[in-house]
Design a protein around this ligand. Sequence first.
Ligand code: BYC
Length: 328
Amino acid sequence: MTASHVDVSAVGCAGSELQEHFEATIARDRRIEPRDWMPDGYRKTLIRQIAQHAHSEIIGMQPEGEWITRAPSLRRKAILFAKVQDEAGHGLYLYSAAETLGADRADLTNRLIEGRQKYSSIFNYPTLSFADVGVIGWFVDGAAICNQVPLCRSSYGPYARAMVRICKEESFHQRQGYELLLTMMRGTDAQRAMVQDAVNRWWWPSLMMFGPPDDNSPNSAQSMAWKIKRHSNDELRQRFVDMTVPQAEKLGVALPDPELRWNAERGHHDFGTPDWAELTRVISGDGPCNAERVARRRAAHEEGAWVREAATAHAAKQAARTQKGAVA
Ligand code: BYC
């Protein structure tokens, strides 16, 4: 029985009182914890977002993972290895956070590999050169930081606490990407061209990571009222653009948007409109690498079946031994 299915008459407390207590907790900026009563919609929204987030971390290991064996030096290989392992860890914290809401991890994995649950659009693009590793760190982890730092103040305790550690690691990821690009920009003309090409390919998909524009974001209003999300998709996208423009200037690359310019009146950069039809296509499974990414995840899951079986058998044996010891 989950907390939302508590029989309110049995605990002697009217349903409306539970609802009022929940709303007062949110209004006071206090955290909702797993055993607290919560509306079903709040629980469902959190499971949806946290599961998608966890899947993104796990699928997100693939595009960069492809470069581990091809990294140009031992140092770059060690850094990339550590980063990809971090993403696996993020996935695990997030699946655990979803479990505190009553979700079943095996079920979430099935939903991912059967294409019934989403993951971030950004991981459906190919990594064509080693410069892509740097640009993913700079843009994708940079966008992740903009989106996820406010999630450290999300109203659901386990999600917010998971985000604190994740954000610390994302900061390291962002810096390793930028440092790699600075090194390449100090190299040959061919290396500088590789960086510019990667920037051109990843810029627009990175802006799409923040989700559809606010006037076409069906979940935002309720998620913000529940303080799951603290800022709208467009606010965070703007924050990312403002943060990235001076970094691009320092690096010496051009961002591929002719409409990008400082607007002194707004105190922000104006920028062009991402191709929202492309985002819709990628989210609905028709991006350049969707089929490949999901197939690879499905194969990894199937190949890992024996590990899960062995771990389950071992746990059962340990439990039986402990029980026998307790009886003796
Ligand atoms: N891609 O009403 P909206 C990482 C979906 S991993 C795919 O605005 P919401 C990293 C959305 O889910 C970073 N789907 O939704 C890992 C919804 O669909 P459903 C991943 C998207 O939830 C490895 C529909 O479109 N980050 O950093 O209010 C290596 C309507 O959207 C996308 C997170 O998961 C998209 N881009 O806002 C390196 C952050 N955008 O479920 C780095 C946590 C929208 O109604 N998530 N959709 O069918 C969030 O902050 C929010 O869920 C979003 C969307 C801002 C993404």
